[in-house]
Design a protein around this ligand. Sequence first.
Ligand SMILES: *Cc1c(COP(=O)(O)O)cnc(C)c1O
Length: 393
Amino acid sequence: MLSGINKSNKLDFIAKELQETEKNNNIRQLKAICPQDGVTIVKNGKSLINFSSNDYLGLSKHPSLMLASQNYTKQYGTGSTASRLVTGTYDIHEKLEQKLAKVCGKEAALLFNTGFQANTTIIPSLVDQKSLVLCDRLVHNSILQGIFLSKARWKRYQHNDLSHLERLLKKAVLQGYNRILIVTETVFSMEGDRSDVDGLIQLSQQYNTLLYLDDAHALGIMGEKGMGLTANKSGIDISLGTFGKAIGSFGAFITTSKLIRDYLINCCPGFIYTTALPPAVIGSIDAAIDLVPSLDQERTYLGGRIDYLQNQLINLGYKVCNSISPIIPVIIGDEEKALNLSQYLETNGILATAIRPPTVPKNTARIRFVLSSKHQPEQINYLISLLKQYHES
Ligand SMILES: *Cc1c(COP(=O)(O)O)cnc(C)c1O
């Protein structure tokens, strides 16, 4: 053995980190479940109503998506066999991109393998050490990772506070950055509230910045024909949609200009150096995009349920966010208390996961309830009755 090298210690940092995490009540573990239908699952042999999935319209179990997946697999096989620039671009990839651009009212669209991958690879393609990124305080971790990789300077503005953003812009334009990028979400994944898309577009134009909007939680359930809060709006350089939430499948896409699309195809590593999405996935997305515009009734029902649950929670005295989306968090604060409530619900047949730091800011541990158009009124009332009991006990 080489002197000075103690082999037994090389993984100490891992054990130490895990011990520390456990001490803070923050250890995370994977828990397998088995889906039954749009809103029920089986966990440890027990049937639970799922109030935590992002399957807002229950599309992940929709027969036409499943059939399209099977048909595309029959015709094209299980894998796309290469990256997009090699032999991974099938006609189905191109057709889907054209369909997405059209239905979103944009010039062009480009598929990405996941929303996380898109955010972490597109942002560094747009900005560098000489640039500044301005983002909302509560943006998704994938946006932060993209900013870190870009090596740009970055500042956060107070959550949804566009006057704070404007103060930062006023200073920034005098500081000689080569580019300024504003990046935020349209619907915040852990709060359920929305940003002012028109206000962001206006500031971006006034201060001549790039504008990147993550529409992951709006696609399928908000905006014209359910195509998100950025659809049919000009003045957004890139908007990101993901297919793993309301679309019920997997993957992501951006809508953008032809110019930016060409640039990313040539200069974006996370697009270039990865295998194209497989046919089964493209099939289900394609079927979902055909279906989504016709689901106004489901969206209206969902909207009614959102108002109802939010109001009931307020009446019971729970601390809620300013949510106008199916994401309805109840802020508990303490991590252990949040886990206790989640456990209580599970004992009584409801799956509602506790979300803890660092996913959310310190002292804001929460239960993030998520509604689906497939939840029956009785299921929502049952949840409310349990929350009433818990609050009173
Ligand atoms: C879920 C999510 C992502 C990641 O998308 P995936 O396709 O699941 O990787 C990115 N941004 C936001 C705001 C999200 O909620």
